[in-house]
Design a protein around this ligand. Structure first.
Ligand code: G6P
Length: 483
């Protein structure tokens, strides 16, 4: 394949890129930079001409931007200087791949979310969506193959793009390819819910990479178990798999909070303003706060979190009027009915608790659903207790961010099924996310923790949470790939 003179030496590929565009009424485009650990980690890719980030156009604004850029890159002013190419994949293909396969199948499998007596039911509709997933992965592989210089390093991200390593290797055997999984990985018995050919295709697609990365040892181990059990891949040495005449190295790269960015951002005036507004909403200054901040995501376990809070108020009436649960549940994947229903049940339960226990001057649950990063940081700063109780989570950055930003130290109630638990478990209060009563007890213990112990633990949590800055996460992987 011909490689052009300005081809890239380091490439990143992900479904969601570092920028998204809104379409303005006059036809103009309004660029918005994404936030979060992934974007800051991948931003370490740098902004010179030898790097390129390939992502998908996600809405009409993105599509228009992609069309205007053609096969070129986007305006560097919009992307913070990075070279970014957005792929204009047909909307229907993208929707079937993203909503149908990535979010409704792969996400569900790795987070153990199926209600198995009735789902999944893999029939013709699934096969159509799978064909779209293949086409969408092929579009990425072809774009990367066209853009990469001889021997370039290509870092592919997440379950959206599981087939890219294999497809890309077939097109460009000279490239050094890695893939990173940001979610958990399912254990073999659960992974084998997938049709046999699909399970095999996913695993062999990933094993087309030279290196595979996971957030924790547990997820890396589960992947190796699946590859052995489904494909008959063999363990060659401690952290290598041998399959189809090739070897793939398996690595663990934890992702930490970006301390410098968070501490600076959390003390700007917009955060101070929101802190004031939240304090007013909470009421009396000596009321304690239990804070949670999540996407309204099935795996985040928001409903059981609210049930545990209700249990706390029932078991410990002494907290009546003395605690407020601040729950931020920001909209996510609202194209999927099951997410819309989940959002409705979160709201209904919060209302129910407020009706059952609320008094004049005391609202037990303050629920906000409009995404507001500055307000999230304000809540982090004032939290006495942070509740992070996912059913299962690749890492969970909220658990890491709150101690970093907290003003007076925070007690962290943390699910042992979150990847972050491997690093923070010692100083958090661990919970089984399904055990509502135990979660209620952990909330009580967290509220009762003496201030000096809380401050000490919080300091240690912040140190553990920032031990692996996001830039390091990226650079370590690049180095391992020989980049
Ligand atoms: C979470 C997961 C990532 C995933 C992202 C996709 O942040 O940890 O693994 O890539 O969600 O979210 P989206 O909104 O793009 O579906």
């Amino acid at each position: 394949m011909a490689v052009s003179a300005d081809s890239a030496r380091i490439l990143v590929a992900s479904n969601r890129g570092p920028v998204s565009y809104g379409l303005l009424p006059g036809g103009g485009l309004d660029a918005k930079r994404g936030g979060g650990g992934l974007v800051s980690g991948l931003s370490a890719i740098g902004s010179d001409a030898s790097t390129l980030w390939v992502c998908a156009a996600l809405g009409e604004g993105d599509r228009e931007a992609a069309r205007r850029a053609g096969t070129g890159t986007l305006d560097p002013e919009d992307t913070g200087g990075q070279r970014v190419r957005m792929l204009d994949i047909p909307a229907q293909t993208h929707a079937a791949a993203y909503n149908g396969i990535a979010n409704s199948v792969l996400w569900f499998v790795h987070h153990l979310l199926y209600q198995t007596p009735v789902e999944p039911a893999f029939g013709p509709e699934f096969r159509e969506q799978w064909a779209a997933y293949e086409a969408y992965n092929r579009a990425f592989a072809e774009a990367l193959a066209a853009e990469a210089a001889e021997g370039a390093a290509v870092l592919v991200q997440d379950y959206h793009l599981a087939l890219v390593p294999g497809l890309l290797r077939a097109l460009r055997p000279d490239l050094r390819i890695s893939h990173f999984t940001h979610t958990p990985w399912a254990p073999p018995d659960y992974f084998r819910l997938l049709p046999d050919d699909i399970a095999a295709q996913l695993l062999s697609g990933l094993l087309g990479a030279d290196r595979l990365g996971f957030l924790t040892k547990r997820w890396a181990g589960a992947f190796m178990d699946c590859a052995q059990s489904v494909l008959g891949a063999e363990r060659a040495g401690g952290a290598e798999l041998s399959y189809d005449g090739r070897r793939t190295a398996i690595g663990v790269y934890g992702l930490g909070a970006d301390a410098e960015f968070l501490r600076e951002r959390a003390h700007r005036t917009d955060v101070d303003d929101r802190l004031g507004a939240l304090r007013e909403q909470i009421g009396q200054p000596d009321r304690k706060t239990i804070v949670r901040v999540d996407r309204t995501e099935l795996s985040k376990n928001i409903v059981r979190g609210l049930l545990a809070y209700r249990q706390l108020l029932l078991d410990h009436p002494e907290w009546t009027g003395r605690v407020v649960h601040i729950a931020f549940a920001y909209p996510s994947r609202q194209d999927l009915a099951v997410y819309r229903e989940y959002t409705a049940s979160v709201r209904a339960l919060a209302d129910e608790i407020n009706e059952q226990f609320g008094t004049v001057g005391w609202t037990p649950v303050v629920l906000h659903v409009e995404d507001d990063f500055a307000r999230s940081l304000a809540a982090y700063r004032l939290a006495d207790v942070a509740l992070v109780n996912p059913i299962r989570d690749g890492m969970n950055l909220v658990a890491k961010e709150v101690p970093v930003v907290s003003d007076a130290g925070v007690a962290l109630v943390l699910s042992r099924e979150a990847g972050a638990y491997e690093e923070l478990g010692e100083d958090a209060l661990p919970v089984n996310p399904y055990d509502v009563s135990a979660t209620a007890r952990a909330l009580h213990d967290a509220l009762m923790m003496p201030p000096s112990e809380r401050a000490e633990r919080s300091k240690r949590l912040a140190a553990a949470a920032t031990a692996l800055p996001p830039q390091r996460w990226f650079l370590d992987q690049l180095e391992a790939l020989g980049g």
